[in-house]
Design a protein around this ligand. Structure first.
Ligand code: ADP
Ligand code: MG
Ligand code: MG
Length: 499
């Protein structure tokens, strides 16, 4: 490792090939071969850029950094240069985004499918059970959501052996980094431009990224459809949030470009300050709420007491647009992902054969744990699988020996505990040399990447107002690490260099 420090350099340019066929063992350019003085110079400039342009997170070493904006800021962990990614797979991920949006929307409308698919999970997973209770109550009350807003991010890895783009998961709640991902793209473009005589990489090969604008537009349109000019967008937040600048970027664009005001409230605040008017209007702290945008509420730790569950129910019962509604939230669970991958299930929700084919092509192997052949194989070859509970936010999956032991234990116990999990084929992307920058220090490592494609969906009754892919997030992690969360400390933010 070396500290970033500004130093002039004069090294010959690294060539970047643009051939259609890339040999994955011979990356188009090797950042590890970049002269170390040049690396230091680029890293220094990247740190200055990040500080001045708000590519920031709260510093975990600073006490109030998750509560008070402007206190204890540090640059977001980043890859110094964008990661090469095949243009064809890039296009595939963008093209399939509106189809996945439609799929989620259709699945959300089938309350029985959601309840039935998660019925076994409900018995052993207290958190999912509470979500299902709220969902069941809405079904009983015949509550209908006229306005549906989805701000989604579908994540993929490129499996090296089969050269196929396979979906890791689709996030329907709290899809993070609409703000910071745009900034990383801008940073990389500016670095390639600034150092072009040394790098010979074309900034134009980094696709434009305007998630923050697209998400703000979708929130503003949902707000407009709700049609109460005095209402606000309410961001549901955790009491402590070090990724607050990502959220503030979105709210700032919403305010500056669309003149829509937002408030930030925790679930506990909402329980204390929230009420429903007779017409269903949600009022929190004296403000009518048009749109509830969840950046919390996806993890059991977000509900330390009954108070938070009361708040979740109150919001669901209201007429406010929920992003996501309880049914969108459930449609994004790993169990539903696995159910949708079963034969003939997609056909229940999508009509167009081409669309079905495109979606199915992205599915990795997915199994429920009542499949004894798969359990047997997973115990023999645990490295080929990932075991996932119904959780979000990273750090929850089980791999390798732990997976084997967990399966053996559950087999012996012979109870329903296994219904809490799904099994997934482990995807192995090609690894690349990269330079990562964290806490002001740059270091070389071999990395693998996960591409997230953002998409917005807005429907008012039968009218689909928005359904489009809306930018991307590349997350890159050292290839020896299992998990991928940036906030969880495993990965760095990155962008895409199309090859
Ligand atoms: P979460 O909702 O917590 O983000 P994910 O399904 O995205 O759960 O899993 C977290 C991380 O684990 C991913 O970002 C990825 O790095 C890794 N991962 C998940 N599924 C697979 C898989 N099938 N193959 C390889 N890595 C995976
Ligand atoms: Mg997730
Ligand atoms: Mg994930």
């Amino acid at each position: 490792t070396f500290m970033a420090k500004s130093m002039p350099s004069s090294v010959p340019p690294l060539q970047c090939g643009r051939s259609e066929e890339i040999d994955r063992r011979n990356p188009i350019f090797d950042p590890h071969k970049i002269d170390s003085k040049l690396v230091q110079e680029m890293a220094y400039d990247a740190l200055v850029w990040s500080s001045l342009r708000g590519l920031l997170v709260g510093d975990r070493n600073s006490q109030n950094s998750g509560r008070v904006p402007g206190v204890g800021l540090v640059h977001a962990p980043i890859s110094l240069l964008p990661t090469p990614f095949p243009e064809s797979h890039w296009k595939q991920a963008c093209e399939v985004a509106p189809i996945f949006n439609q799929l989620i929307d259709r699945v959300s409308l089938d309350g029985k499918f959601l309840q039935d698919s998660l019925s076994r999970t409900k018995k052993v997973d207290a958190f999912t059970s509470r979500l299902l209770d709220i969902h069941a109550k809405m079904l009983d009350d015949m509550k209908k959501e006229d306005i549906c807003l989805g701000l989604h991010r579908s994540d993929y890895m490129l499996d090296e052996q089969t050269n196929s783009l396979l979906q890791i998961e689709l996030n329907t709640i709290s899809s993070s980094f609409p703000g910071l991902s745009c900034l990383v793209t801008e940073l990389h473009r500016s670095l390639l431009h600034q150092f072009k005589q040394h790098l010979a990489l074309d900034p134009g090969r980094i696709p434009q990224n305007n998630v923050v604008g697209q998400f703000a537009k979708a929130l503003a349109e949902a707000w407009a459809v709700y049609n109460n000019p005095s209402a606000v967008v309410m961001v549901v937040v955790q009491a402590e949030e070090r990724n607050m600048y990502d959220q503030h970027w979105l709210c700032t664009v919403l305010k500056e470009r669309y003149h829509v005001r937002s408030i930030r409230k925790t679930l506990a605040d909402i329980d204390a300050q929230g009420k429903l008017l007779r017409d269903g209007t949600l009022v929190v702290d004296g403000e009518p709420v048009a749109v509830v945008y969840f950046r919390a509420g996806y993890a059991p730790t977000d509900y330390p007491s009954e108070s938070e569950w009361k708040a979740r129910l109150l919001m669901e019962q209201s007429s406010a647009v929920k992003c996501p509604s309880i049914s969108y939230h459930l449609a994004g669970t790993k169990k539903i992902q696995q159910e949708l991958a079963k034969p003939n299930i997609l056909e229940r929700f999508l009509e167009n054969k081409d669309d079905i084919e495109k979606v199915r092509k992205c599915f990795a192997g997915l199994w429920s744990l009542d499949d004894s052949n798969i359990i047997k194989d997973a115990i023999e070859r645990p490295g080929s699988y990932v075991m996932k509970p119904q959780r979000e936010g990273g750090g929850n999956n089980i791999y390798g020996d732990d997976l084997k032991l967990a399966l053996e234990r559950m087999e012996k116990a012979g109870n329903e505990e296994n219904a809490a999990y799904i099994l997934m084929q482990r995807i192995f992307p090609a690894s690349y040399p990269a330079i990562l920058v964290r806490d002001g220090i740059s270091f070389k490592d071999n990395v693998i990447s996960e591409l997230g494609v953002f998409a917005v969906y807005l429907r008012n009754k039968n009218k689909v107002i928005l359904n489009e892919h809306s930018g991307y997030l590349m997350r890159t992690k050292v290839s020896s690490s299992n998990e991928g969360g940036v906030a969880a400390g495993f990965a760095v933010l990155d962008s895409v260099y199309l090859v």
